[in-house]
Design a protein around this ligand. Structure first.
Ligand code: YNC
Ligand code: MG
Length: 388
């Protein structure tokens, strides 16, 4: 059934009920000298390249490949449109490896036709903090699909990860592969219901008029929480402490230090937004919320070209009720011109989704670990990891 994935060190469907298999690495590391030193073979017309996203030209080529060929919804109405700034951010965390940003070009024309990336991350599974690669942006040009190029891309990124003495990886996909550690659902909160209905993202509910719909999704003009403000560089130590303490309660979560927090959550225009609640009494940071900007192209609509979507990232409430904190996040997102606010049902998100008028989406997002077995499939609420 899965000619490629059956050969890989991942949880296999047939082992799902075998509780005798231990948790942890499936295969032990091998000496680096035994890792294949040359790249895998590509079909003859193509060549491997390392993509330097800092180069404006290369970044534009990657952007164009993805904006025309990356993930679409089941009905092919929308396609992710990651911005160049977003790609630079996503691919340049602390300690990143240039060699993990891998492209495939046509030898003759040099046209970029496929891409895959890894970035380093420390991921905790229960009490075990593991150096992993987070693999993302796997994309093969639409004209080269179903030619088994993807397995070669995956083997090549795996080889380059192994060369850095890293033996595990985390990744997400909309498709079911052997074997998800958990499966999440996307929920959507309309901020601009008229546009969402116009472009076919959502529909007018039964017995609903447009004016009742606008009223239903209306939000206050200003956040309700005293001391709610944009996160600043000086907040990094406090936010790191909040996040580390919060993420401890999940079975799988990133192990973040101050450098990671500075990179991943300090606000970056049109890429990531973060807010803190600073107590007006003692100036302590008590709560934190964040979301990232990932627009989608609207395919084949005469006037609307882009759907501006915010994606819930990491949120920590210790004093402000989570419901109020997230309502404030919706208010600032609306203010910034987002059309929709999306969130997965992981971490504690189930506690606010229905109440804040999110509706369930149709697609699922499956989470995977490479070369690391966990005994039981997790509940989404046991997962503390958001991948971009
Ligand atoms: C996928 N998304 O099952 P079997 S997510 C992993 N992730 O293998 P072909 C995938 N595997 O079943 P195509 C996959 N999609 O026979 C398909 N596969 O064992 C498997 N779409 O290859 C599939 N981006 O080349 C099958 O298929 C084999 O031409 C078929 O290419 C697939 O980034 C793809 O959705 C996805 O661009 C590139 O359809 C193409 O269809 C495409 O014949 C639109 O491939 C964009 C899209 C995927 C987004 C993502 C995460 C990727 C994770 C990859 C796995 C990483 C493992 C860890 C490596 C490091 C390890 C260490 C240490
Ligand atoms: Mg292919």
């Amino acid at each position: 059934r899965h000619k490629f994935w059956e050969t890989q060190p991942v949880g296999q469907f047939k082992d799902l009920n075998d509780t005798s298999l231990p948790e942890g690495p499936i295969e032990p590391p091998t000496p680096i000298s035994e890792v294949k030193q040359e790249p895998y073979n590509l079909p003859n017309l193509y060549e491997w390249v390392t993509c330097d996203i800092n180069s404006e030209d290369t970044c534009a080529e990657v952007y164009n490949l993805l904006s025309n060929n990356y993930v679409e919804d089941d009905e092919n109405m929308f396609r992710f449109n990651y911005s160049k700034e977003f790609l630079r951010w996503a691919l340049h965390p602390p300690g990143y490896y240039k060699t993990w940003h891998i492209g495939v070009r046509v030898k003759s024309s040099k046209k970029l036709v496929a891409f895959i990336t890894g970035i380093p991350a420390r991921i905790r599974v229960r009490t075990d903090v593991v150096s992993m690669a987070e693999v993302n942006f796997l994309c093969v040009h639409k004209k080269l699909r179903s030619k088994r190029l993807a397995p070669v891309m995956i083997k090549e990124v795996t080889r380059r990860v192994h060369l850095e003495n890293i033996w595990q990886a985390a990744y997400t996909a909309g498709v079911v592969l052997p074997t998800p550690i958990t499966s999440c659902q996307y929920w959507h909160r309309s901020l601009n219901p008229k546009k969402l209905i116009d472009v076919g993202f959502s529909r007018l509910g039964p017995r609903m008029t447009m004016s009742r719909t606008l009223k239903l999704f209306k939000l206050p003009d200003q956040p309700a929480t005293p001391g709610f403000r944009k996160m600043e560089l000086r907040d990094v130590p406090a936010v790191t402490r909040l996040l580390r303490a919060y993420l401890m309660q999940f079975v799988v979560a990133p192990d973040l230090d101050e450098l990671d927090v500075e990179h991943w959550v300090l606000p970056k225009d049109e890429v990531v937004d973060s807010y803190v609640v600073e107590s007006p009494e003692n100036h302590k940071i008590t709560d934190f919320c964040s979301f990232y900007t990932l627009p989608s192209s609207i395919l084949g609509h005469p006037t609307h070209l882009i759907l501006k979507a915010a994606y819930s990232y990491y949120n920590v409430s210790t004093k402000t009720p989570l419901l109020q904190l997230m309502n404030d996040a919706l208010i600032v997102a609306k203010h910034k011109g987002f059309d929709v606010f999306n969130a997965l049902d992981l971490m504690h998100n189930e506690n606010f989704l229905k109440e804040l008028k999110f509706g369930p989406g149709d697609g699922k997002l499956h989470y995977y670990l490479y070369n690391y077995r966990i005994k039981h499939i997790l509940r989404a609420s046991e997962l503390g990891l958001v991948l971009l």
